[in-house]
Design a protein around this ligand. Structure first.
Ligand code: IPM
Ligand code: MN
Length: 351
């Protein structure tokens, strides 16, 4: 297969982890006879520095013209403590999601056999955990009207959802549940929020179209609690943008390191693959960041093209590296660790 991939390395450790995913993907291409063309483009603080805005039109054009986007991370500390900055790297990410129509953010949480004792949770609580969040990504409070009134003394962020936005996300949830254990949990706050009542009503009306799927409805606060008690009791969860942002960070550490979890953001035309972690500025250039989340994001990318053997080969290489203790310092418990680049080389060699 010929694949044209937009390569958005972004900020901080982004370029370092992206390099490893490229290396591993190229090894996959060689082994399975694919041809990958990488199309690099600017985003985040790197793009602000170069052209004054975090998601330039030139980058958007490259993303649209490509078959998928592989993304590193964005964010730079110089913007974090400056609420007055009007151009911020994160705006690039939001603009990109919106302009590419990436309405569904797929965030899996699973465990690795050799890391069961590295989790902040006890082994017996996490064994068998294999869940997927589908977070709505282009609506809700992130994109509602926001502003100030009363001379700046009052601030507001509106949360708005349409039935159609809920439906298209829920369709993905039901379809994913059908390929897994046929359990779907709709996470909301329907005891308080009108938008949540629309979510619940919409999903309830769709149940008849998927009679095999067992649907549960849970409040977001209760899910936050059960996620750390019995994460292995969940399968597919669907939720709105902000709840999904928070819960997926909570879920991402269950495996033992946030540096392990991949994600996909998909719409009807485009798809983007990125690690769940951020730009980890303190580690920039130190060759210590864990590249596995980005490498596993590349696995999700291959799987999204229907290339399941390729995805499996990447997952197997990551599992072997973990079993062999060929890991970066976040997983080394003070023992022997390897650099970002060395882990990437090892994975590419073991494809
Ligand atoms: C994420 C990030 C982003 C979000 C930020 C960087 C805008 O936290 O991808 O989860 O809140 O969506
Ligand atoms: Mn987040």
């Amino acid at each position: 297969m010929k694949l044209n991939i937009a390569l958005l390395a972004g900020d901080g450790i982004g370029p370092e982890v992206i390099d490893q995913a490229v290396k591993v993907s190229d090894a996959i291409a060689k082994k399975f006879n694919h041809e990958i063309t990488w199309n690099p483009a600017l985003t985040g603080a790197a793009a602000i520095d170069a052209v004054g805005e975090p998601y330039p039109d030139a980058t958007h054009d490259i993303c649209v013209a490509s078959d998928a986007v592989l993304f590193g991370a964005i964010g730079h500390p110089k913007y974090d403590n400056d609420p007055s900055a009007t151009v911020r790297p994160e705006q690039g990410l939001l603009k990109m999601r919106k302009k590419l129509g990436l309405f569904a953010n797929v965030r899996p949480t699973f465990t690795f056999p050799s890391l069961l004792d590295k989790s902040p949770l006890k082994r017996e609580r996490i064994e068998g955990t294999d869940l997927v969040f589908l977070r709505e990504l282009t609506g809700g409070i992130y994109f509602g009207e926001k502003g100030r009134r009363d001379g700046g003394e009052t601030a507001f962020d509106n949360c708005v959802y349409t039935r159609a936005e809920v439906q298209r996300l829920a369709v993905k949830g039901f379809e994913l549940a059908m390929t897994r254990s046929k359990k779907l949990c709709c996470v909301d706050k329907a005891n308080v929020l009108e938008t949540s009542r629309l979510w619940r009503e919409t999903v309830q009306a769709m149940e008849k179209d998927y009679p095999e799927v067992e649907v549960s409805y849970e409040f977001v606060d209760a899910v936050a609690m059960r996620l750390v008690q019995w994460p292995n009791s969940y399968d597919v969860l669907i939720t709105e943008n902000l709840f999904g942002d928070i819960l997926t960070d909570e879920a991402s550490v269950i495996s033992g390191s946030m540096g392990l979890m991949p994600s996909a953001s998909v719409g009807t035309e485009n798809a983007l693959f990125e690690p769940i972690h951020g730009s980890y500025p303190q580690a920039t250039g130190l060759n210590i960041a864990n590249p596995m989340a980005t490498v596993l994001s590349a696995a999700m990318m291959f799987e999204n093209f229907g290339l399941h053997e390729e995805g499996k080969a990447i997952r197997a290489a990551v599992n072997s590296a973990l079993d062999a203790g060929f890991v970066t310092e976040d997983l080394a418990d003070g023992g022997k660790s390897y650099g970002t680049k060395e882990v990437g080389d090892w994975l590419a060699k073991n494809i």
